[in-house]
Design a protein around this ligand. Sequence first.
Ligand SMILES: C[S@@+](CC[C@H](N)C(=O)[O-])C[C@H]1O[C@@H](n2cnc3c(N)ncnc32)[C@H](O)[C@@H]1O
Length: 171
Amino acid sequence: MTDYEKIYQKEANACGEPFIEFIDFFEHLNDSNLRVLDLACGQGRDAIFIAEKGHFVLGIDLSKTGIQQILQQAKKNNLNIIGKVADALNFVPQEKFDIIVIDRLLHMFKSDMERQSVLENMRFAVKNNGFILIADTPKNKPFIAKFFDSNQWTTVLDKTNFTFVRKLSKT
Ligand SMILES: C[S@@+](CC[C@H](N)C(=O)[O-])C[C@H]1O[C@@H](n2cnc3c(N)ncnc32)[C@H](O)[C@@H]1O
């Protein structure tokens, strides 16, 4: 298993630039000042550009160094980010979010059971009409598609490495 704590200690921006799919999604949002959860935010490649757009971001990650780096950046640039060291496997959000970003976390888990348990928590943590934006390896695509295959969700982006879904409000 890749030790991101060590990688982040040695290298800034270790995961590279944000994916264009995430940038496009946030560029085309009409709403401002949304509440966004970045689950496994790493060094903040998503959290920082999202907060720069005027949204609040709660970023959680196992890596203490990643969280420290995000918080330094947030302070320097006056961004509305809270960072917490936490394990996504037992992280139960205490509020509902407009958008949940899960950028290359799911493949880090050992089994579909773990992926299922994390997605179950996220299913409840997103508001009606809110979005869950997932980037992951193609190997996990069928599992992710099956998880969101119900009339509670509509898919807004479906590409090999990306599944973006929206939670429909109940009628
Ligand atoms: C491939 S990196 C992606 C980081 C970030 N989402 C990005 O796209 O730049 C995977 C991240 O997942 C974090 N991670 C792995 N297992 C985790 C867990 N159980 N809970 C929280 N974070 C975890 C790692 O520390 C690392 O920052």
